[in-house]
Design a protein around this ligand. Sequence first.
Ligand code: SF4
Ligand code: SF4
Length: 436
Amino acid sequence: MLSEKLKEAGVVGAGGAGFPTYVKADSKVEFVLANGAECEPLIHKDVELMKQFPAQIVSGMHLMMKATGAQRGFFGVKSKNTEAVEAIQAQVKSKPIELTLLGDFYPSGDEYELVYSATGRLIPPAGIPLQVGCVVNNVETLYNVNAASKGVPVTEKFVSVVGAVRQPKSFWVPIGTSFRELIELAGGATVSEYAAFVGGVMMGSLCEDLDGVVSKTTAGLIVLPHDHYLLVRRRRTEPEMNRIGKSACDQCSYCTEFCPRYLLGYEVMPHKVMRSLGFTLSGAEMWNQWSQLCCSCGLCTLYACPEDLFPREACDQGKRDQRAAGLQFVQRKPPQVHPMKDARRVPLSMLRRRLQLEEYESDAPFESVNCAPARVRIKLLQHAGKPAKPVVKRGDKVEKGALIGRVLAADLGANIHASVAGTVASVSDSAIEIVR
Ligand code: SF4
Ligand code: SF4
């Protein structure tokens, strides 16, 4: 069975939260969707993957369709990426898969957006694609599905390294490789002081020390000078953001009017959540409920707000506070798409300009690099669910692809495999280190 092979091989969603793919393969749906939209500014690894490995990706899609009983597949890809479109088109000819051509907008790769674009269906508020007969897989996940069907576990990650580097490019690296080594493989940074966004400037995290390592969900690194606008904004502390928001928000509601979830018909209203910042003891919860259906896409903070405030962070805080208080907001009316949705979509070119990233936009062509790190640190939790349990000990010799961490049968999670051949140097509850 495919789901057993996926579980054994440790396949998880490569484009987001790392949800274990075997669970999706076990479901019964009408449609399988491939997500090749890739809308984080500057990251181009999915485009390169589709150009280089279309047969493997489409084969993975067929396998998922067979496993789930889906009669149709939709392949979401931006029409501007003509080489990727042609490569995929050549593989899906006269098969029950059709291309869903997307515009160059942010965030066209959001699951809710993609399901709506492909099928015209709206996922129920706080729901998942399965509830409208869909499963969605990132294109790299489908590549891994194809490999797992042949018994090959996930040991490598396809990444883009872009921004302030000499040779922006996309390449495969062993899982557990340090970010520092990734930047060296892209020719090194073009500036002396820098930091990197991991996974994207909109939804990724900021890494200042570069000792972080590649996991099964790392899309790539965006290297930027130390004093870049986006780094300065990201370094703000929560009390600072709250203080600024409380004093400067004029309730113009642009954050809500541009919110992609609000425009799809979900009850997300960041301008109302901003009101919660004015309350200290009680009262905030009334406004925080408008954050519950926010997907943290970052558009309100990084594009819509004319005052450079932090409505997305206010929503993140609102969701956290609601969870802690055991409160759950339920949207009672079915979502209805806003009549201005199409007119308010945000083109990537406008977003890059607003983020002061125009000078860094470039291709990130695929290159088969020789990445041979002396040491890898492989995390035991790279996915949604429980961490894998180590099945090796210090001093053990392992081959590339050997199982080193296993998920318990009753748990949601993913197996972990050695990404290089070598000796186990350390084992902890969080990671296993292997030296060559
Ligand atoms: S866009 Fe900015 S200023 Fe306007 S309501 Fe939202 S947070 Fe406040
Ligand atoms: S981050 Fe802002 S724009 Fe994005 S879904 Fe949340 S509230 Fe809407």
